[in-house]
Every structure is written in structure tokens, then in C-alpha cells.
Design a protein around this ligand. Structure first.
Ligand SMILES: [Zn+2]
Length: 279
């Protein structure tokens, strides 16, 4: 699944390609939408902006209409040239927007809604999200309040970071890389983090996510990348500090990086046992 930096880059690309164009035709495979007045309302509106919140994409149309998608479970938007084509013949297509110069198609997306802008603040899904990890400034105080809710106290911190009501937009890579940046073991219980560690983790989540957004997913800093190239020309260039690197040497202390599963969904965490002690 895409994380917040990847969804924001997608929003940037869609904005460049689509903003300013009028939607000529709106097709959807969802019966509840077909039976509503939305297809008629959406056709004819100009697309004003494409934005992201966590892993959610929002197409803002003129007249205060918003198309909302959560890109989970294989959902993806693609741009296609205009031309003869029927979305009805392709069962993968959930939404097709025919615009003045191209076509935007949503494949497999499990969540798609058409909303009025004023309904966003009370939306059942969006209104419960924790702070977006890419928001500037990142709302570290709200993150700390959600993190320390009593239902999370006995959960491992790596598991809690996947809870979208604590922080929105975290994927497996950002989780491992942010915990490494903060020097916190993925297996510490959330309720055992002190105030300083909570602040450091919030700061690390924001820092690493901004870096991943700017660097197309790479979380390694330019300085460390240059250093790697300078000290070991034969070393395969790496993109991360720990993610996907089990057995490789930690760049800070040379300890072999480890990986371990955690939580009910048995997600993998990558970590340095020296830089991220468990006690
Ligand atoms: Zn280390």
C-alpha cells in the first residue's frame, strides 16, 4: 500500500496533469453512485485541485464538490489518453473521469465517495484521522495525545503507528525508518515512552516523511548517501537506514540490522538492536 509521501507525489502529478480541466463524463462502477444524482452533477465541473491527507486523495472540483479515494488494497489512479474506450468493458475500473485533454481512471479502489466540501469536517472516516504525517507543521501535540490513549498503552509502538487515528499516512518503511531516527525500539510498549521520547518520535516521523517525499521514497540523507559512496565504492548504494536491510551493517554503529514480526497482522520491523535498545 502507498504511504503518505507516495500519495502526495501522486497528488502532485495528478494536479499538474488535470487541474483546470473540465470533467466531461463521470463513470462509476458503484451502483449506489450510479443511482444518485452525482454523475450528472460531476460532469461539467472543472477540477480545481488534487490534494492528499495521509493515504487519502481528494479531488476538489468547482462548486465545493470533492471526490475522495483511499488508495488501499491495490487501488491506483492512472492517466490515459482520450480516445475510444469503454470503462464498462473493464471490470477493474471503479471510476473513470473523462476530461478535456485526458482520462483519469481508478482501478480496484475499495473506497470512493463524492462529497460536498462542507461535509469533510464531519466525515466518518476523515474526521477521525490523526495528524497527517506530512502536514507542516506536524501536530505533535495531537499525535502525543492519541498515542497515549489508554487503549494503546500495552501495544508495541510499531503496531500503534499503523493506527490511522494516531497518525495518518504511515507505511512499513516509514515506520521502521522513523523509529530508527528516533532511537526507539519497535517493540517498546507505547505506554512506556516518556514525554521526551514521544516528542522525539513525532519529530522523527515528520522529518523522515518529508525526506521520503522530497527524495522519491529514499529516507537516507544526501550526506550519508555521499559518505557511503566515498567510503566504499563497491558498496551497493542503499536508500534507507534499516528498512529491508536485515543483516547489513548499521551506518551509525556497524551492528547487523535485524528484522522481526510484530502485532496481530505480523508486520515486519527492521531495526538496529544497539541504536534502538528494547529496555
Ligand atoms: Zn546502530
Amino acid at each position: 500500500m502507498l504511504d503518505a509521501p507516495a500519495v502526495k507525489r501522486l497528488a502532485d502529478a495528478l494536479r499538474v496533469a488535470l487541474a483546470g480541466q473540465r470533467i466531461l463524463r463521470f463513470h462509476t462502477a458503484w451502483r449506489r453512485l450510479q443511482c444518485s444524482s452525482w454523475p450528472e452533477v460531476v460532469a461539467g465541473l472543472r477540477l480545481v485541485e488534487v490534494a492528499s491527507i495521509g493515504k487519502n486523495l481528494l479531488f476538489h472540483l468547482e462548486g465545493g464538490v470533492v471526490l475522495f479515494t483511499h488508495l488501499s488494497r491495490g487501488g491506483r489512479w492512472e492517466l490515459l489518453p482520450r480516445g475510444p474506450w469503454s470503462a464498462r468493458r473493464d471490470p477493474r475500473v471503479k471510476v473513470s473521469l473523462t476530461l478535456e485533454r485526458c482520462r483519469a481512471v481508478l482501478y480496484h479502489g475499495p473506497i470512493f465517495e463524492v462529497l460536498e466540501e462542507r461535509a469533510l469536517a464531519s466525515h466518518a472516516f476523515l474526521s477521525r484521522l490523526g495528524p497527517c504525517v506530512l502536514a507542516l507543521p506536524f501536530d505533535a501535540a495531537l499525535f502525543a495525545r492519541r498515542l497515549t490513549h489508554k487503549r494503546h498503552l500495552l501495544r508495541e509502538i510499531a503496531d500503534v503507528l499503523f493506527d490511522r487515528e494516531v497518525v495518518a499516512g504511515i507505511g512499513n518503511c516509514l515506520k521502521s525508518e522513523s523509529l530508527f531516527e528516533a532511537g526507539i525500539s519497535p517493540f517498546r510498549l507505547a505506554g512506556r515512552l516518556d514525554d521526551g521520547e514521544q516528542r522525539r518520535l513525532g519529530w522523527s516521523l515528520s522529518l523522515v516523511s518529508q525526506r521520503a517525499y522530497r527524495q522519491a521514497g529514499r529516507t537516507l540523507t544526501d550526506d550519508d548517501l555521499a559518505l557511503l559512496g566515498a567510503i566504499a565504492a563497491a558498496t551497493e548504494v542503499r536508500r534507507h537506514y534499516v528498512y529491508g536491510l536485515a543483516g547489513a551493517a548499521c551506518l551509525r554503529c556497524q551492528t547487523p540490522i535485524q528484522r522481526r514480526r510484530h502485532g496481530v497482522s505480523a508486520r515486519l520491523s527492521f531495526f538496529c538492536p544497539t541504536c534502538q535498545p528494547e529496555d
